[in-house]
Ligand binder design. Structure first.
Ligand SMILES: Nc1ncnc2c1ncn2[C@@H]1O[C@H](COP(=O)(O)OP(=O)(O)OP(=O)(O)O)[C@@H](O)[C@H]1O
Length: 478
């Protein structure tokens, strides 16, 4: 295999981990992944949320000479990682719609020099399709300074993925243009079909001997998974949530817990969480209603001003009073590395299985027990289904979306087995995880069956409503 990247012969991954990243030791498999990258392999990494995927390309980027281009669809992720790297004295930068003209000029000049000082450059996939950026990268490549291409959220490349994006498909340009530059793909959520599609779209399957794949379990043992059943008629999400939240505050406020919480310098109400819902209006309404109940909740959605979003996010991250819970539209929190999120609540059914698990995965990044519950109603499943049919064009991506949604609905309505096992099965794993009472089925399977029977509207009723068009024309995602 041609060797393009010059490697700093003094660099030792353990030393770099401690010195530059301030971490004592590698987590399982990180060392092997990093070594494969340093050995110039193409690398495919699939690992659960919070595994520590970013380090797998950040550390080689620090050791290798040259620049690593990191492609990510998430602005918040880019900003967060660049900030963290810069505070660890790594020259990381980002080019995206928020980058100032001055910084943009500086980065382009740096690239045009052929010997960039920047070690990691975070960019959007859209930028990679542009001629101007491509020409700059060619200069860097000619000077043998293009170390690696890292593609985060790599499932977006595949039309079989839940989050397919056209610009990701065009990333095939990298292998065509720079055949000897290694590529690393990272994702938390891909099935076998998506994995194969990612490798073939990028052209990595043409040289299978260069590819090292690391597919780790999706299992997150510290997440406690539960489905709460409801219906349009019962309309009890809010009361149910408030009762639960107040119960948690009460327990934390009890005499023995209080001492512990005071000693940690925490507040009783500092139970950090995210509620995901579908529409902006519902976001606002839930947050207002929760505040009226004395629960510190704030809305977060695309239509808020940049300043409000920044303030909300910062206060939530800092655990400020009144900002314990974020009520958000989908995808909030991706790329935000807040470790003490104690619960994630899905107010409505998400659009895909992968979306559900990625959002739930925002909880418990510190490894401590965290609670993920989803309010499921058959009326919602009809609504989401209709919207998916309406909003996606016919083709393989629509088929994939529908299949994913159907599997999520089946998961919600399943009362016959462990939730963690169902998730691992969905992602194509054959080993059954050992769930330590961390799902509603393991906790009390007969109660689960009872709750489903009494909580859901009957299938006949929902199907009659459906035929009468009761679930058509809703506009949830505005
Ligand atoms: N070896 C390590 N030792 C201690 N902390 C680590 C180690 N590796 C990563 N981390 C920390 O783990 C956290 C999660 O890492 P990261 O954000 O890369 O997760 P991820 O796998 O990308 O997850 P997600 O898919 O949810 O974004 C970060 O705070 C990171 O600093």
């Amino acid at each position: 295999m041609p060797t393009l990247v010059r490697t700093n012969s003094y660099a030792d991954p353990d030393f770099t981990l401690r010195k530059q990243f301030g971490k004592a030791s590698f987590r399982p498999y990180q060392r092997e992944i990093i070594q494969a990258a340093l050995d110039h392999h193409d690398v495919f990494v699939q690992a659960a949320t919070s595994f520590g995927k970013s380090l797998c390309f950040q550390l080689p980027a620090v050791i290798n000479n040259g620049i690593t281009i990191v492609i990510s669809p998430l602005l918040s992720l880019m900003m967060n990682q660049v900030e963290a790297l810069r505070s660890a004295n790594v020259d990381a930068r980002t080019l995206n719609s928020n980058t100032s003209q001055e910084e943009r000029d500086r980065i382009y000049q740096d690239l045009a020099s052929g010997h960039p000082r920047t070690r990691l450059l975070y960019v959007t996939p859209e930028l990679c399709s542009g001629d101007f950026f491509r020409k700059r990268l060619k200069i860097v490549y000619q000077h043998k300074e293009l170390a690696r291409i890292a593609i985060d959220e790599a499932h977006c490349i595949s039309e079989w993925g839940h989050d397919f994006r056209k610009d990701f498909k065009r990333l095939s340009w990298f292998r065509e243009t720079f055949p000897d530059v290694p590529i690393m793909c990272l994702t938390a959520t891909a099935n076998d079909q998506v994995r194969r599609d990612v490798l073939s779209t990028l052209g990595l399957d043409k040289t299978p001997e260069r590819v090292k794949s690391f597919t780790m379990t999706a299992y997150r043992p510290n997440l406690h998974l539960e489905i709460r059943f409801t219906s349009d008629e019962a309309n009890d999400r809010f009361d149910n949530f408030c009762a639960w939240m107040k119960g948690v505050y009460e327990r934390r406020g009890s005499e023995e817990r209080r001492l512990e919480i005071d000693a940690l310098g925490q507040r009783v109400e500092n139970v950090s969480g995210i509620i995901y819902t579908t529409s902006r209006d519902e976001c606002e309404a839930i947050a207002v209603a929760l505040r009226q109940e004395g629960i510190g909740a704030r809305p977060f959605h695309a239509k808020l001003s940049k300043d409000t979003k920044e303030e909300t996010l910062n206060k939530w991250i800092n655990n400020d009073p009144g900002y314990d819970i974020i009520v958000a539209t989908t995808a909030f929190g991706m790329g935000i590395d807040k470790d003490n999120v104690r619960f994630v609540c899905h107010w409505r059914l998400p659009k895909s299985f992968e979306g559900y698990y990625q959002e739930a995965g925002r909880a418990g990044r510190d490894g401590k027990a965290s609670y993920c519950f989803l309010y499921y109603s058959r009326e919602d499943s009809n609504r989401v289904f209709n919207l998916t049919m309406r909003d996606s064009k016919e083709g393989s991506n629509r088929d994939a979306r529908i299949k994913s949604l159907q599997q999520l609905i089946a998961y919600c309505e399943d009362t016959t087995g462990c939730r963690h096992a169902a998730i691992c099965r969905y992602f194509g794993e054959t080993a059954v995880p050992v769930c330590d009472y961390a799902c509603d089925w393991h906790k009390d399977s007969s109660d689960l069956k009872r709750r489903m029977k009494t909580g859901l509207a009957s299938e006949e009723w929902v199907s009659t409503q459906q035929q009468e068009g009761a679930f058509d024309g809703v506009n949830w995602y505005d």
